[in-house]
Write a protein that binds this ligand. Structure first.
Ligand code: FMN
Length: 199
């Protein structure tokens, strides 16, 4: 049994307005070397898919509340987390280690050698299990997955602005290679990534 690591409780209030955050959001591809605090990492994962209701609804909308997304954290320089890959578990707001060791270099090379993926403190990878949604919605479920990922990723980008954390969306990568590097289970596909670190 892999050990779950409970994350700090997320904040549900802050000092910036949504308008200020929207006006400031920009893709950032150059990060400081400062170690990302576990509290901030926790907040970003919560923004992505945190549970915000008694019946399990989350920060991002999901067609039919079927939640086909899986969120992985590729940690390189995060306080309290060894370098490696972790899966985020929304229900318990915790992460579980999947792979040990720093794989940022491999992630970068699977993403057309984009350097910000090697040099970031961490990245968040959104994968999907399409069957969870196509069983109900057929082919249209694929569209729903792509839309939902956009919602979840934007949440992280905006939360990042509020915390002084830069993010960059990454769609340019070799799907198969990323799947291998992350050792994704059958039926799951990596679709989108965000590199991140303090500005
Ligand atoms: C679906 C998608 C894929 C993207 N893929 C990449 C990428 O692989 N690498 C990268 O550096 N930026 C990527 N970007 C970021 C865009 O280059 C960026 O959003 C655009 O230049 C506008 O800049 P802004 O985000 O600062 O407003 C992607 C953005 C989106 C929405």
């Amino acid at each position: 049994m892999l050990k779950e690591i409970k994350l700090p409780e997320p904040e549900v209030s802050g000092n910036s307005t949504i308008e200020e955050i929207l006006a400031k959001r920009r893709s950032v591809r150059s990060y400081s070397d400062t170690t990302l605090s576990l509290k901030d990492m926790s907040q970003l994962l919560w923004a992505a898919q945190g549970v915000t209701s008694d019946i399990g609804f989350r920060t991002a909308p999901s067609a039919g509340a079927l939640y086909p997304l899986e969120v992985y954290l590729v940690a390189g320089n995060v306080d309290g987390l060894n370098s490696g890959v972790y899966q985020y578990l929304p229900d318990s707001h915790s992460v579980v280690p999947i792979i040990e060791g720093d794989i940022r270099e491999e992630m970068s090379s699977a993403a057309l050698s984009q350097l910000h993926i090697r040099d970031c403190a961490a990245s968040i990878v959104f994968a999907a299990n399409h069957l969870r949604i196509t069983l109900k919605y057929g082919e249209r479920g694929i569209r729903y997955v792509n839309i939902e990922i956009g919602h979840a990723a934007q949440n992280v980008c905006l939360q990042g602005v509020a915390l002084g954390i830069g993010t960059c969306a990454v769609g340019a990568f070799d799907d198969e290679k990323i799947g291998q590097v992350l050792n994704l289970p059958d039926g799951e596909r990596a679709l989108y990534m965000l590199s991140l670190g303090y500005v």
